[in-house]
Write a new protein. Structure first.
Length: 289
């Protein structure tokens, strides 16, 4: 009978320990390299944006997509490589790329595929870009901060950041697409002199058009979208007055700024001319006997 000597036993134990630790060490190295590669891609895309400086919002959108795609592929490849280190899949599978398809099918990623396809449509149809103010599914309103292949991130007015899977985006309102219409309503009591009211509101439009000409939407050198008084659009019994409407078309990023400046100018002009603004009225009836 042959017995192992002490040296052989020591060598056997050390070799087994090394074989047991090797997959863990390799996996740790793979994860570190993957994180470094993702960071490197993000740095390179940012450097390109800083050098080119064509359209900042468009470039940020493309950077978001490239970073997202790179992260998916690098992490997927890393996971498959780690699985191969533990002998769960063949190394040849990783190299041929068939393992990626197997992994996706194995996890039943129909929603993931749907998100990715819809993400491509959003990008190439230019439905929105980073920096746009949008409304999604009539439920979420905010500024677009990221557009990835899987999800879109928007920042609400409350500064909450919301991630919405691209496959769940059914309706999309882009408030920053080319142009925006400002609609301002003001109710004036019935007892006011409405000829004077019209004159005051027309003067408001003239002031706005002159003071904020650079913010109006133009075709060439023509302002077809100057602020105008539409006139009386309805008679409001609740407020006891006539509703006047002023409209104008402006550059989209100035929509709310122009709306607020118009309200301020209306209030200032009407106060100067001693014209009252309508407010809710309550009527009390007393039964006489």
């Amino acid at each position: 009978m042959n017995f192992l000597n002490i040296e052989e036993i020591k060598n056997f134990s050390v070799n087994n320990i090394n074989l047991g630790l090797k997959p863990f060490i390799s996996s740790l190295i793979i994860l570190i390299v993957s994180v470094i590669l993702i960071k490197l891609v993000m740095i390179i895309t940012q450097k390109i944006i800083n050098i080119t400086k064509f359209n900042e919002q468009r470039e940020k959108t493309i950077k978001s997509i490239i970073d997202s795609v790179a992260a998916y592929f690098i992490l997927t490849f890393a996971v498959l490589t780690i699985l191969s280190e533990f002998g769960l899949i063949k190394k040849a599978t990783v190299l041929t790329g068939a393992g990626i398809l197997t992994l996706i099918a194995g996890f039943g990623a129909q929603n993931l595929i749907k998100d990715v396809i819809n993400g491509f449509f959003i990008l190439f149809e230019r439905q929105m870009k980073v920096g746009d103010f949008v409304g999604i599914n009539e439920s979420y309103y905010g500024t677009v901060e990221e557009i990835g292949l899987r999800a879109t991130a928007i920042r609400e007015w409350t500064l909450r950041k919301i991630y919405i899977p691209n496959g769940e985006i059914k309706t999309l309102k882009n408030f920053y697409k080319d142009k925006a219409r400002v609609i301002v309503e003001v109710i004036i009591p019935f007892e006011e002199n409405h000829d004077e009211v019209k004159k005051a509101l027309i003067d408001v439009c003239s002031i706005i058009n002159e003071k904020y000409s650079d913010k109006l939407y133009k075709i060439g050198n023509t302002n077809y979208s100057e602020f105008n008084l539409l006139g009386i659009t309805s008679l409001d019994g609740k407020y006891g007055g006539a509703k006047y409407v002023i409209t104008g078309v402006v550059l989209p990023h100035h929509q709310w700024f122009m709306r607020n400046r118009t309200y301020e100018m209306i209030l200032q002009t009407l106060n100067e001319r001693k014209i009252k603004i309508g407010y809710p009225k309550f009527w009390l009836y007393e039964n006489s006997k």
